[in-house]
Write a protein that binds this ligand. Structure first.
Ligand code: PLP
Length: 369
């Protein structure tokens, strides 16, 4: 029997409404709606503490944070990136007049394959923009080595990670900058929202100028900045979410463990494992379908779930390099990234969110078996 209400790949977690209304009353009383208001200041501080980082700048969304991160480092020319991500990671390059150079991924993590980066470097390359896909840490050690050797900046798209640690260190402490998204579909949301993590006060100041039109004082503009500020409503919600995010992640983890246990040993179906030394945040549950062995294609599985009112998502299909906007690029040509081209045809992400109930998951698993 199909579900009465559609089950989507995600459903945003929210705090109790009365707590949020209490915050709104404060905003209505003090009439500070944005521009570094009290909730913004408090959320920025508490978020940095939670994440274990020193410098963070809040943004209205992750895409503007990506665009601004590239501006802050004055990145130009060519940037090496992955085709296996949400389009915004490449769009951010395009909005900065930068040419994206796509490089293949490694199958174990679906992240940019560090061993293929060097072959893509040209005299025009200025930076690497890897994505911690599904919250799996990139090989940050090897990427740092390459960046240091060739004098390239590293900007991580950390939009899938929240509170992820690697060998007890925040994943966000790697790279020149890391960019987060706090969008409704992410593990931690402020409706829409984003952030840039950096490693010194001077850089934070520069980022803060850039997200506020370049203002460095009432009458001084030091850069052609943009408007990408987080408002007080978003920040107030963020503070309430922060109290619950550990619980959200724990519930996600339990669902992932249930999926893994019940989908184990099915021929032609593979799932990801936790990585050694990593505290994961479980943003997605990707399943990889090998049609010839499983006996059903990924798309047929997608349709079967849909008939039961359950909506998986093919993250990431198509590849960014396969969209009409980018497929003309040299690095986007078919056959150049065999691993990404294969995985994009196999992947489907199953519903995963804190309030997903056990009965639904059991039903879903039975539809797959
Ligand atoms: C969500 C996401 C973005 C964009 O973030 P928004 O806050 O939606 O603008 C960028 N990159 C990746 C990998 C994402 O998942």
């Amino acid at each position: 029997m199909p579900e009465d209400k559609p089950i989507y790949v995600t459903q945003p977690a929210l705090p109790p409404l009365d707590e949020f209304v209490a915050s709104l009353e404060i905003i209505w009383n003090n009439r500070i709606l944005t521009n570094n208001g009290p909730f913004h200041c408090q959320f920025e501080k508490e978020l940095a503490d939670y994440l274990g980082v020193k410098y963070i700048s809040l943004f209205s969304n992750g895409t503007l944070a990506l665009v601004t991160a590239l501006q802050a480092l004055k990145i130009t020319g060519e940037v090496i990136t992955t085709p296996y991500s949400f389009v915004a990671s490449t769009h951010a390059l395009w909005w900065n007049n930068i040419k994206p150079v796509f490089v293949d991924i490694e199958p174990a993590t679906c992240n940019l394959d560090p061993e293929k980066i060097e072959a893509a470097i040209t005299p025009l390359t200025t930076a690497i923009l890897p994505v911690h896909v599904y919250g799996n840490p990139c090989n940050v050690y090897r990427i740092k080595e390459i960046g240091d050797t060739y004098g390239l900046k590293v900007i991580y798209d950390a939009c899938h990670t929240f509170g992820v640690t690697i060998n007890n260190e925040p994943l966000l402490s790697y790279g020149d900058l890391s960019v987060m998204s706090l969008h409704a579909t992410k593990v931690f949301n402020t409706f829409e929202g984003g952030a840039i993590v950096c490693h010194d006060e001077t850089m934070k100041k520069r980022i803060d100028y850039l997200k506020n039109f370049g203002f460095a004082g009432e009458t001084t503009v030091v850069a052609p900045g943009i408007n990408a500020k987080m408002n007080e409503v978003q920040a107030a919600l963020g503070l309430l979410q922060l109290k619950r995010v550990d619980e959200y992640i724990e519930k996600r983890k339990q669902i992932v463990e249930f999926y893994r246990e019940n989908l184990k040993g099915i021929h032609g179906l593979s799932v990801m494992k936790d990585m050694e030394g990593v505290r994961h945040c479980y943003p997605y549950f990707p399943v990889f379908v090998e049609e010839e062995v499983f006996g059903m294609s990924r798309d047929a599985l997608y349709e079967r779930l849909k008939q039961h009112n359950i909506f998986g998502r093919r993250y990431f299909y198509p590849l960014i390099s396969q969209f009409p906007t980018y497929r003309g690029l040299e690095s986007a040509q078919p056959g150049k990234m065999p691993m990404a081209e294969k995985i994009t045809e196999q992947v489907i992400c199953l519903p995963l969110f804190p309030d997903l109930d056990k009965t639904t998951i059991e039903k879903l698993v039975n539809l797959i078996l």
